[in-house]
Write a protein that binds this ligand. Sequence first.
Ligand code: APR
Length: 250
Amino acid sequence: MDLTPIVTALRQAQHVVVFTGAGASAESGIPTFRDALSGLWARFDATKLATAEAFRADPSLCWGWYEWRRRKVLQAQPNAAHQAIAQLARHVPRLTVITQNVDDLHERAGSAGVIHLHGSLHAPRCLDCGQPYRAALPSAALAEGGCRIEPPRCAACQGYVRPGVVWFGEPLPEAQWAAALDAAQGCDLLLSVGTSGLVYPAAELPLQALRCRATVAHINPQRFAVSAQAYFLQGAAGAVMAALLAQAFA
Ligand code: APR
């Protein structure tokens, strides 16, 4: 794989955007949304559990699934991709990290000011009144394979507490989306790392960067069609990001 054009772009860029998806956390053991689910969740499709309808239809199934994911995140460590992205901030004049992930692995690797387009597993709130739920969640008690869990109730209105993530069909948080769009339209290089590019509006960001004449590279072990002007670096996020950093700034 020839990294030269991206290595050159990295050295010259004034503003780099790294845009990550579930594949960036895959090497930390967090399943992507396209992986087949196991155990209790085997007969469900992740993209169908991540909806308001799924929560309303079966709150304890949906909350149990999110708590299982949250447990996986609590047990996980940032991987080589998260580390390389955090290190990149020391080498380029400006770096903006935009993620679709609801974990905190970028922050735990040392990235600051991460834009979370799809919310966070660690910020539950009331389904009805929106009040943040601040009581501790009993993560240690969560079963390894996952189980149904009745969601807690809101202290203010007794509504169900829901995960603080953006479900399919819900709008993105406005301020985060505006900041992400601004960064994509103003950067000279956008690295799209470990995302299937199927979920809009987030998938619009690399296209916006291209329209504004930035260099765009997709990093993914699974090849897919990209715009004619974009680069595709085939490989796992950790290995490719580490190689880019090593070649650009050794
Ligand atoms: N390194 C890089 N990419 C990887 C790796 C890896 N080690 N392993 C898997 N991938 C790639 C897969 O090939 C796939 O293209 O990660 C991508 C994951 O795709 P999705 O699961 O669709 O994740 P994402 O693109 O982040 O989905 C967007 O959709 O489900 C919603 O809100 C959820 O944020 C999520 C959004």
